[in-house]
Design a protein around this ligand. Structure first.
Ligand SMILES: NC(=O)c1ccc[n+]([C@@H]2O[C@H](COP(=O)([O-])OP(=O)(O)OC[C@H]3O[C@@H](n4cnc5c(N)ncnc54)[C@H](O)[C@@H]3O)[C@@H](O)[C@H]2O)c1
Length: 334
């Protein structure tokens, strides 16, 4: 099968490369001409363990290609939209890049295909993608069959290739049975290996991605509040963490206190979910607190440094060890 992945960033490049590794023929598209020119020469723009090796292997096997032209690569079974959805000024997700890809798809597609939204998008965006494609086809006065699907990505930067190749779960949102059949073919090697494959409606699928990130961010802010209280009452957060983490209902993961959550997803996704709720007159009280606690937590370290040095910071030199938000990634976006 042949797919086209639009947006060759952390998600798009990993998705395209890993699908090529499973045997699909993949073209990765990006509007960034320099990025594509370098990829065509085998220069990888980001760091992810094993990505370099897999890109080179799959290019050499003639299964992985790079281009700036989506119009020239719509002769495929599926288009995956993996472009960025950055926060707008009010915190809502800016889906304009996603809709631009939808519009281009509608303008240039020539035969039936599945259009998949892999970017993290607010509920309702995949249906907007469908509407935009339909409008472009109507403008061209052609009636080409297409299906839409939602397939959020759960990979973690720093272990993206491994996460994609051995997913905890693959979740797809569909309207029609035909779309499920195409997803099953695309993910066949994963299904054969027994990775959980969940099929649901599109709105629930879009929401699942935000709910997962919001839940993880909440755990971090919760632990940071407990840590701050520990400091004040003479308890040790590391011991408390071990104590609560051994309860199977809580578990040991994602309960580390620290300088707050960062990276390119949690901060923007928490804010986007708060905004989405406001659009339907609902106030996400817990998530607003999660966001506030995180903002406060970022400044806590400075206070600890000032306290340690008796507020005498003038002339002191500090080394910062590690600039990305976690190990094994070069992502310094937030
Ligand atoms: N980074 C992660 O860990 C992660 C994990 C899961 C989901 N996501 C989601 O996946 C999406 C992509 O995230 P990312 O981190 O890969 O972003 P990114 O910024 O690394 O990559 C996005 C790419 O899309 C390209 N692009 C923008 N508009 C385009 C267009 N019209 N046509 C072609 N290319 C275009 C950009 O040039 C860029 O290279 C976001 O919605 C994000 O929330 C990210």
């Amino acid at each position: 099968m042949k797919i086209t992945v639009v947006g060759t960033g952390y998600v798009g490049l990993v998705t395209g490369t890993c699908f090529a590794e499973t045997g699909l023929t993949v073209t990765c598209i990006d509007i960034d001409k320099e990025k594509i020119a370098r990829l065509q020469k085998g220069i990888i723009p980001i760091y992810e363990p094993r990505l370099d090796e897999l890109v080179h292997q799959n290019m050499a096997k003639g299964r992985l290609f790079f281009s700036t032209s989506l119009a020239d690569h719509l002769d495929c079974d599926a288009v995956f939209i993996a472009v960025g959805t950055p926060p707008g000024e009010d915190g809502s997700a800016d889906v304009s890049h996603v809709l631009k890809v939808a519009s281009e798809t509608g303008k240039y597609m020539t035969h039936p295909l599945l259009v998949v939204v892999k970017s993290t998008v607010p509920v309702g965006t995949t249906m907007k993608v469908k509407q935009v494609i339909r409008e472009e086809l109507d403008r061209r006065k052609v009636n080409i069959r297409f299906y839409i699907g939602s397939n959020p990505e759960f990979l973690k930067e720093g272990s993206a290739v491994d996460d994609f190749m051995k997913p905890d779960r693959i979740i797809v949102g569909v309207e029609e049975e035909e779309a499920t059949r195409i997803f099953e073919k695309l993910y066949k090697p994963f299904l054969l290996n027994g990775h959980p494959f969940l099929v649901m409606d599109i709105a629930s699928c879009e929401m699942t991605k935000y709910a997962a990130n919001a839940m993880l961010a909440s755990r971090i802010s919760f632990m940071n509040e407990i840590a701050n209280l520990c400091d004040r009452v003479g308890a040790d957060i590391s011991q408390v963490r071990k104590g609560i983490g051994s309860d199977p209902r809580i578990g040991p993961r994602f309960i580390y206190a620290g300088p707050g959550y960062g990276g390119s997803c949690f901060p923007k996704d928490v804010k986007a979910l708060i905004r989405l709720a406001e659009e339907v007159d609902y106030s996400m009280e817990i998530l607003k607190a999660v966001d506030r606690v995180n903002e406060k937590q970022k400044k806590l370290l400075l206070g600890k440094i000032q306290f340690h040095f008796g507020h005498q910071l003038k002339g002191k030199r500090f080394a910062v060890w590690g600039l990305s938000y976690k190990p094994h990634t070069d992502d310094m976006r937030e």
